[in-house]
Design a protein around this ligand. Sequence first.
Ligand SMILES: [Zn+2]
Length: 202
Amino acid sequence: MSERIIDFKKMDGLVPAIAQDSLSGKVLMQGYMNEEALAKTKESGMVTFFSRSKNRLWTKGETSGNFMELVSIAVDCDGDSILVKANPRGPVCHTGADTCFDEVNDSKTGFIDQLRAIIKDRKNNPTDKSYTASLFAKGINKVAQKVGEEAVEIVIEAKDDNKELFMGEAADLLYHYLVLLEAKGYELDEVMEVLIDRHQKK
Ligand SMILES: [Zn+2]
């Protein structure tokens, strides 16, 4: 894949830059970048725009402390728009809203896709230190057995009233469930297809 070139000349040295939450996928805000803003974003790891009202570089969060940590940068097909994936440290909008489009941005479920990618990587590139790799090495029976054990443990915690212990078991079950899918060679998306299909049949 050839690297896409940004055409800063098209619009007087500025291109629109759309900031997206790398975990939730929500659009956070839109600003403009010139070459310096883009360079500063890459160099500092904090998303920096060119503010037309201030007429200078503006690092998002420089006054509020709600920086947006850079995750990745992509350029659109025409080379005149930038997509910045970021982790916001707090509400993005000056109004106090999570995003400039007045959306709530509190979902962390996008992390499941990162976790799936890590699990797949542990399967394909096992290391001695990885617990996940050790599960794959023990085979499908052991992985399935672990899911069964974790399921029993969450049942036990469900009957109790300790949120911390319950959350721990809930995380264990979800993680081992994802490992089981990977061990079987199936994708979580295929489970989603089953659910979507059932939903549509209603
Ligand atoms: Zn705003």
